[in-house]
Design a protein around this ligand. Structure first.
Ligand SMILES: [Zn+2]
Length: 459
């Protein structure tokens, strides 16, 4: 309880002051706007969209040239549906335009730089400002209310931690921040039989209200909890992201943790896109922050599904207008019975990857490989067009790349060194190809396992 008081009154407000974010102020606004009518939400979106278009025209070289060429200004956008006058933005365009996507009035030092691996492994460099970061976090804190707890309540987060160690100063800052916010992290790259007793002991001490994380990591964690015995449980909600939450995941979480499950949807380019409320009829689109569209192709007309097209209304540093992120979704025409008129997403199909299981009982989340390429500087040294990691047998991985030059022995050794830290017995073979084919179904898995998984994991 004391930790919660510290988190609510010191941790969260202090975070805003230090980072220059306005999270708590926006949260106050969002707690009201969630009850607005559809019309009022659309009016709000229109105002934000027009403002963003004005900014893009004046300050973002790529959009300045594009809008000039096609003759678009904010005056041409009279209603929210007029957004389709703006061409769809693809990953290829973002990659080719590079710095021309970034606003020239922002102080480059104040921006947040990151990258995303994308569905095929080709990296995309991203830049965000504090404005969008504030909205993303505020929406996330509103999601806490939807799950029936407050910001400041103790949470356990199962997430991929740094593979290449951070600078000590940065690590200390993060530890203080997590402590002040009452968050405890479990490394999604280190869920194993050997570590479970430590995790359970820690969780018994923390008594979290919420467990949040990559869907398959929380799933693997649930399997081990089932095996090693339930902990001191007062969990109110399991929330998952980064992967498709399937019915069998939901069932297992409800059985093991005895609480409801809440799905979350976002992508590296735009976070906090949609969250599930406590009525569980779908995911509410956070329309105060994004404009969510589906492509109007033949497929969409037939079964209601289409390519996701996202406009982030708050990222002024590197604006994404009508960005096609590669996911496929279906919308629900009905409104949710909770009373919120924020539209509902019925289903999402996104990036696919399998967990890698090792003979010592470790379950390694597929995001490990994207993080490793990013953190080891691999993306800076090679032009990665596509990659795929295949687990051929319990102790053998094959890592296939489509890259622009020969793989240096030194770089192979660096990748090997970090893989061995997490999977000591694993042999890794590196191959370079001209192309890596998709599955027969047409989908692509960036990490693929050919082994019978559970048998090894739950020995
Ligand atoms: Zn609802």
């Amino acid at each position: 309880m004391i930790k919660k008081i510290i988190a609510r009154n010191i941790g969260y407000p202090l975070y805003d002051i230090i980072t220059g974010c306005r999270t708590l102020r926006i949260l106050k606004f969002l707690n009201e706007s969630q009850w607005w009518s559809s019309e009022k939400i659309k009016e709000f979106q229109l105002l934000k969209l027009k403002k963003l278009i004005d900014h893009c025209y004046k300050n973002v070289p790529f959009y300045h040239d594009l809008f000039k060429k096609i003759g678009i200004t904010s005056d041409n956008i009279k209603k929210i549906e007029d957004i389709d006058k703006i061409p769809i933005l693809t990953k290829k365009v973002v990659r080719n335009q590079g710095f021309r996507m970034i606003s020239n009035i922002h102080d480059k030092k104040s921006l947040i730089y990151s990258s995303t691996g994308g569905t095929t492994g080709a990296p995309l460099n991203l830049v965000k400002d504090n404005h969008t970061k504030s909205w993303v976090w505020a929406l996330f804190y509103r999601f806490f209310n939807w799950m029936d707890f407050d910001f400041g309540d103790p949470r356990v987060i199962i997430w991929g931690q740094k593979i290449v160690p951070k600078k000590i100063k940065r690590q200390i800052q993060e530890n203080i921040n997590n402590w002040l916010k009452n968050d405890y992290f479990i490394n999604a790259f280190n869920i194993s039989n050997n570590r479970m007793s430590d995790y359970i002991e820690k969780i018994n001490k923390i008594k979290p209200i919420n467990i949040h994380g990559y869907c398959t990591s929380v799933y693997n964690f649930a399997l081990l909890i089932e095996k090693y015995g339930i902990f001191n449980n007062r969990i109110k909600a399991i929330s998952t992201t980064a992967e498709v939450l399937q019915q069998f995941h939901r069932k297992k979480f409800e059985e093991v943790f005895g609480c409801k499950v809440f799905n979350q949807y976002g992508c590296g380019e735009t976070n906090s896109i949609a969250f599930e409320c406590n009525v569980h009829q779908g995911l509410h689109i956070n329309s105060e922050h994004v404009i969510f569209e589906l492509s109007k192709d033949k497929n969409n007309i037939n079964n209601g599904s289409g390519q996701v097209i996202i406009t982030d209304l708050d990222n002024y540093a590197m604006p994404f207008l009508r960005y096609q992120n590669g996911d496929i979704s279906t919308l629900d025409k009905k409104l949710c019975s909770c009373g919120r008129e924020l539209p509902l997403i019925k289903s999402i199909k996104g990036r696919q990857g399998d967990t890698i299981y090792s003979s010592d009982g470790t379950a390694l989340h597929p995001e490990f490989f994207t993080h490793l390429l990013k953190e080891s500087g691999f993306y800076d040294n090679y032009n990665v067009v596509k990659y795929q990691v295949v687990q051929e047998s319990i102790n053998k991985l094959i890592w296939n790349f489509v890259i622009d030059k020969k793989l240096k022995i030194r770089d192979k050794k660096i990748l090997m060194r970090y893989i061995k830290e997490y999977l000591p017995k694993m042999q890794v073979e590196f191959n370079i190809h001209d192309r890596i084919p998709n599955e027969k179904s047409g989908k692509f898995k960036y990490v693929k396992s050919k082994i019978n998984k559970k048998g090894f994991f739950l020995i």
